[in-house]
Design a protein around this ligand. Structure first.
Ligand SMILES: Cc1cc2nc3c(=O)[nH]c(=O)nc-3n(C[C@H](O)[C@H](O)[C@H](O)COP(=O)(O)OP(=O)(O)OC[C@H]3O[C@@H](n4cnc5c(N)ncnc54)[C@H](O)[C@@H]3O)c2cc1C
Length: 325
């Protein structure tokens, strides 16, 4: 049983299906809201002020492209959009600082220009569309159920294994109480404007992501003290400030989106089986679910089949000493 049909549960289910492993998916978005719907959906192999490649960037980005392209064909939908991403230098000092260290900083994902760097192998996934088309696919197969898993009440004896892909709701599941989640609420705004360039993602203290028909996603905010599903006035103000920094003044607001990133204290995912029970977890993908989830779904399924072990920094084996306490 897979509990959760966010991006994590969905992509894990596709990997199980590919290996002819039988499964059911239970999801209850009316009682546990789905954060994946709010995702900007961006994948970007470069991070931080020093433009470093992200963790395991080579492996993860090599897997990502063919995976999403094949999934589009499988569920007959279009949701994968490679797109250049531009990171302008914040100011002259930053440009001078980076250019002076260019030889050390440079990597295969960067294309340097006078006013900033272009990032290769970036783009975005229309996550809500991926989820909708996959739900339709799994419903047709007869394996998708609108059911809630209730901790301490749901009988799992019909299932050989249960894998929890509950997003930030997982922090309330008593099976995983020893794992340190560090959830972060995020909001973004969908707007329509004629003032922006629809051919690339702009990344400057936030992002401006073109999603077609003069619509853009602007994001995103972070807060760690409140986890409601409602938009907040303070985040709205912050997002309008970002729009001003992007020099956009003439736009129509279409929608506010809210989600909770299932981040973890050591900033690495939680992947693997419980050391003592037939239950597993596939969670903790933080703000990088779109790029991390496909690669680790493949690693997890390989581990379940006894072919290879999940990377030690992502495996919950790193917490085995805590489960027996
Ligand atoms: C504003 C914002 C912007 C973001 N932008 C990006 C981005 O640009 N790029 C990127 O890679 N990532 C981004 N993220 C992060 C990304 O959204 C997450 O990494 C990813 O969506 C996590 O997916 P998930 O499946 O783990 O969790 P969720 O999407 O929350 O899915 C969990 C599912 O489990 C179900 N569920 C939970 N508990 C139960 C239960 N007991 N019984 C039944 N069902 C249950 C819920 O209904 C839900 O459908 C963003 C997040 C936010 C909030």
């Amino acid at each position: 049983m897979i509990v959760g049909h966010g991006l994590a549960g969905t992509i894990l289910a596709h990997h199980l299906h590919q290996q002819n492993i039988e499964f059911q998916i239970w999801d209850s978005s009316q009682t546990h809201f789905t954060s994946s719907i709010a995702a900007g959906g961006i994948f970007n192999p470069v991070t931080g002020r020093k433009l470093e490649p992200t963790w395991l960037a080579n492996e993860i980005f090599t897997y990502l492209f063919p995976f999403y392209q094949a999934l589009e064909k499988k569920v007959n939908a279009s949701f994968f959009f490679p797109m250049p991403l531009f990171r302008p230098f914040a100011n002259v000092e930053m440009a001078d600082w980076l250019n002076a260290r260019r030889e050390d900083i440079d990597n295969e994902f960067l294309d340097w220009k006078v006013d900033g760097v272009w990032v290769k192998k970036a783009g975005w996934v229309d996550v809500p569309h991926l989820l909708r088309s996959s739900r339709f696919f799994f419903r047709e197969m007869g394996v998708f159920f609108n059911k809630e898993f209730v901790d301490g009440q749901t009988d799992i004896s019909d299932f050989t294994q249960v894998i929890f892909c509950e997003g930030f709701h997982g922090m309330k599941n008593s099976l995983w109480s020893c794992l340190n989640f560090l959830p972060a609420k995020g909001e973004l705004l969908k707007i329509q404007t004629d003032q922006a360039d629809p051919s690339f993602i702009l990344n400057k203290n936030g992002f401006l992501l073109p999603i077609g028909q003069n619509a853009y996603k602007v994001g995103a905010t972070y807060r760690w003290d409140e986890f409601g599903s409602e938009p907040t006035v303070s985040a709205h103000e912050e997002l309008k400030d970002k729009l001003a920094q992007f020099q956009l003044s003439d736009y129509i607001e279409i929608e506010k989106l809210v989600g909770i990133r299932p981040a973890t204290q050591d900033r690495r995912p939680f992947v693997g089986m419980h050391p003592e029970k037939p239950v597993g977890i596939f969670n903790g993908f933080g703000s990088k679910g779109v790029s991390l989830i496909p690669y680790f779904a493949n690693e997890f399924v390989s581990e379940l089949q006894g072919k290879k072990m999940v990377h030690p920094d992502a495996s919950i084996r790193r917490f085995n000493h805590l489960f027996s306490i």
